[in-house]
Design a protein around this ligand. Structure first.
Ligand SMILES: [Zn+2]
Length: 318
């Protein structure tokens, strides 16, 4: 047993008073006690691996941990506060975030992880076999609808951009992203299960890293045909042109934010003209911002504000 493990073991006893429940129904109390125990037990193992964790919503708690009135489909995933500040490698600190029933999430950036999150079962396997490659034997979690594949991040940072994996039922979580940890409960009632706790996290294989970095390179001066086709299929005729403008930003001469701002102003005009709605524009432009390397939250906030600015400055306030 390493000093760190001993430390974790000692600290575990400290955590118990923090997570004491005072329920009215003893049966529910026992059930919720088991639930907490399973979630914290899994969290302890993840902390030993050096992962950074934080508390998030649990679908059985009365209201969403984010403080808003989220509907059933959104439950179980929202952080219980500013997650980048909450993320910790200390069991005591994590325990102090879990004074009521909570799930746990893994902050990928500080944990030095890239996690492939399948929305469609078998999606990564399908991509790998097309590329003539094999998915390395790595730590993974079965989720409500697919698998989370954990990889250790390469030295050069990888965000949440999808590169060639876009449109394949796959999400990527790197710097600026998080995934719900094994032990937690999905809103469908299923538990996120680690497939094998003994399995180490493998290095992100080169073929996968290259696929993730394969968004159009700044200054290449070329619009890659497949990026164009994917954006067109995903966002439709009018929006894809704006998405492409963002994807092909020339960082030598202008900023990504500047190009996003320009695209959002054009989108605001299109929205007013009824070509598509604001939600579609927000999603498409934020995804394009992530593809050119912006942090997901930054891209989303920036696009939302830029769309509002565009709308207000064309005198068409909705
Ligand atoms: Zn919420």
């Amino acid at each position: 047993m390493t000093a760190y493990q001993r430390d974790v073991k000692t600290r575990q006893t400290d955590v118990n008073p923090v997570i004491t429940v005072r329920p009215e129904d003893p049966l529910q109390a026992a059930a919720s006690g088991d639930e907490r125990h399973r979630i914290l037990d899994a969290a302890g193992r993840l902390l030993e691996r050096g992962f950074h964790l934080f508390a998030c919503d649990h679908p059985d708690s009365t209201r969403c941990a984010c403080g808003r009135s989220c509907d059933a489909k959104q439950r179980g995933k929202h952080p219980a506060g500013r997650w980048k500040e909450l993320a910790t490698n200390s069991l005591v600190t994590l325990g102090s975030q879990m004074t009521s029933l909570r799930n746990v999430a893994v902050a990928c950036g500080p944990s030095a992880l890239v996690v492939i999150d399948e929305d469609v079962p078998g999606a990564l396997e399908a991509y790998a076999s097309e590329a003539g490659e094999e998915i390395p034997n790595t730590f993974r979690t079965e989720t409500g609808k697919g698998t989370h594949f954990y990889f250790s991040a390469p030295e050069e940072r990888l965000g949440n951009g999808l590169g060639q994996l876009r449109g394949r039922g796959i999400d990527v979580r790197g710097v600026g992203g998080y995934v719900i940890a094994p032990g937690s409960r999905h809103q469908s009632g299923r538990i996120y299960e680690a497939s094998d706790w003994k399995r180490p996290v493998a290095q992100l294989p080169t073929w996968l890293e290259e696929a993730l970095r394969a968004s159009p390179m700044p200054n290449s001066g070329l619009i890659r045909a497949d990026a164009g086709t994917a954006a067109r299929a995903e966002y439709g005729g009018d929006l894809w042109r704006l998405v492409l403008q963002v994807l092909t930003v020339d960082m030598e001469t202008e900023s990504r934010h500047g190009r996003l701002h320009w695209a959002a102003c054009r989108a605001a005009e299109d929205i007013a003209a009824g070509y598509y709605d604001e939600r579609q524009a927000r999603q498409a432009l934020a995804a394009a911002g992530v593809d050119v390397g912006l942090d997901e939250r930054d891209a989303r906030d920036y696009v939302r504000r830029a769309l509002r600015w565009g709308r207000d400055h064309m005198g068409a306030v909705a």
